[in-house]
Design a protein around this ligand. Sequence first.
Ligand code: T4K
Length: 370
Amino acid sequence: MSKTEAITVTSPLLPDLDEFNDLLKKIWDSKWVTNNGSFHKQLEQKLCEYLKVPFISLFTNGTLPLLTALQALRITGEVITTPYSFVATTHSIWWNGCKPVFVDIEESTCGINPDKIEAAITPHTTAIMPVHCYGKPCDMERIQAIADKYNLKVIYDAAHAFGVEVDGKSVLNHGDMATLSFHATKVYNTLEGGALVVHDAETKKRIDYLKNFGFAGETEVVGPGINSKMDEVRAAYGLLNLKHVDEAIKKRHQVAIRYREALRDVKGVRFFDDMPGVKHNYSYFPIFVNADEYGLSRDDLYFKLKEQDILGRRYFYPLISTFSPYKGFPSSAAENLPVATRIANEVICLPMHHGLSEEDLSRILDLIVR
Ligand code: T4K
């Protein structure tokens, strides 16, 4: 039997190569390749319109806006966050010299559980960093109410939440700042890339200084900045991809519908349905396997799929709180994180992208449905 092609968890949305070449020619002709060039300015403006946000600063990846947001807000001491995320979330806190404090998640969204936040607040707490995991909005109202009560800043890691809206409004406008990742594996990508969404022009100015070494002019440095600017090549690529992202999200939605129909009656396999009032981006399709009911453990199913070149991923296993830099913290104890610990042992993110065919989906589902 001939070997079938691997089906990966995701596949990047790529712009038309001829169109991209045309823009590359313009960059070559202009000889302006980075440092707030013309494509960079255009992409910032187009993204503000598309995402319905007032101000955005582009970055070279999705980790640096997290680092920069904490710097810009002068966060110190302890930051409450979720263990159920990509490790960059927690690393950004640690790199700012702050201590991450892990709080358990809600099963219904995989986001931080607001009921558990207050117990984790100490006199050293200065901020909360929740994650809209898989693009599913956190309980933003309750998180903000707690932040207001204790005078805490809120920085949303919205790496997965490109284009996600609740009641017609972007989730990116919540909290003090929100970050995005435009990595190749995301719904919308600029190869590598990211962004920070802020509410006012003054703050954007400050962020733009910080991402350019702190320079506020040729000879003045106003803060301990870093270099995290997006270059013209990626901004041009991003402008082209923005034209196709709606179509890609529609295709992802179709994939989600197909998965849900096929898995609805499979005992022991849970998945998310759409949330009322939410415009989803279908960035991931996690399933949660209950070994007793399904008859196979999550890892049994994961490796069964892998053997057949279906390369789902166990995002987010292991929990960040179990990694060596963080596992000694009191808040990392599994007893403090029962839901996250269980979910991390149940999850498989099935392949989810715009390029999946019916043949691919049948190949995947035939192995899961029993
Ligand atoms: N916050 C959150 C909540 C995040 O999820 C992330 C990143 C960040 C912050 C930080 O943002 P960035 O600094 O990365 O912009 C991937 C991504 O590298 C990472 O961006 C992402 N989250 C994380 C969840 O997943 P890996 O190590 O699992 O990716 P990798 O290289 O194994 O790729 C997965 C699959 O995607 C491959 O099997 C095939 C496909 N792929 C990947 C790449 C890179 C392609 O088809 N083409 C490609 O070019 O981390």
